[in-house]
Structures are given as C-alpha cells and as structure tokens.
Design a protein around this ligand. Structure first.
Ligand SMILES: NC(=O)c1ccc[n+]([C@@H]2O[C@H](COP(=O)([O-])OP(=O)(O)OC[C@H]3O[C@@H](n4cnc5c(N)ncnc54)[C@H](O)[C@@H]3O)[C@@H](O)[C@H]2O)c1
Length: 84
C-alpha cells in the first residue's frame, strides 16, 4: 500500500518543502493550510505557494482548514488516512 502523509502548514516555508520532498520520495501527500500567513504578509498570503505546489505536484491534495478546528482535522485524518 502507498505511504500517505498529511502535512500541516503545507503552504509555508517548511511545510511546502516537506510536501515536495515526500512527493519525490513516492509518498501520496495531502496538506492542510488556512492561509494564516495572509494575516502577517497581506492578502496574497500563501495562495501563490499553494498554487505552485498544485502545479508542481498534480497529485498533491490541498485542504483549506484551520488546524485548531478539531472536527476539521478529524475529518481530514479519516479522509486521507495517513500511514507509513
Ligand atoms: N523556518 C524556520 O527556519 C523554522 C525553524 C524552526 C522551527 N520553525 C517552526 O516551524 C513551523 C513552520 O515554520 P515556517 O517557517 O514554515 O512558517 P510559515 O509561516 O512559512 O508557514 C506556516 C504555515 O502554516 C499555516 N498556518 C498557520 N496557522 C495555521 C492554522 N491554524 N491552520 C492551518 N494552517 C495554518 C500558514 O498559513 C503557513 O502557510 C513554525 O512553527 C516555526 O516556528 C521554523
């Protein structure tokens, strides 16, 4: 079975590098990000990074959600079912 990873903060500096690295390593990768960066860096936020990841890694699945929302996180976990 394919290894699956769910990355939090997947549009950020570290998260996007993790998405790319594990995708290259053959993992199926999904990420959660809510564009919180926009609060600090303006309306563009992480949208450009998310679009870039989708372009680079067409199989990458982006989930727009806040990781402080337990229900959203539980939904993503049962949907993606991360596994080594
Ligand atoms: N960059 C570094 O050198 C470095 C070094 C050590 C530790 N860290 C830690 O690693 C983490 C990530 O750092 P980074 O540099 O990638 O930051 P970043 O700001 O580039 O990325 C963080 C991402 O998380 C998302 N995010 C923030 N709050 C969220 C929420 N509630 N729900 C969903 N998504 C949310 C943001 O939109 C952003 O895309 C931070 O905790 C940072 O303190 C970073």
């Amino acid at each position: 079975m394919k290894k699956k990873l769910l990355v939090t903060g997947s549009s950020g500096l570290i998260g996007s590098a993790v998405v790319e690295g594990f995708s290259e390593g053959g993992w199926e990768v999904a990420g959660i990000d809510n564009n919180m960066r926009a609060d600090f860096f303006g309306p563009a936020g992480t949208r450009a990074g998310t679009a870039r990841l989708k372009e680079l890694r067409p199989r990458f699945r982006h989930i727009e959600a806040d990781i402080r929302d337990r229900q959203e996180v539980m939904r993503a976990m049962s949907d993606i079912r991360p596994r080594p």
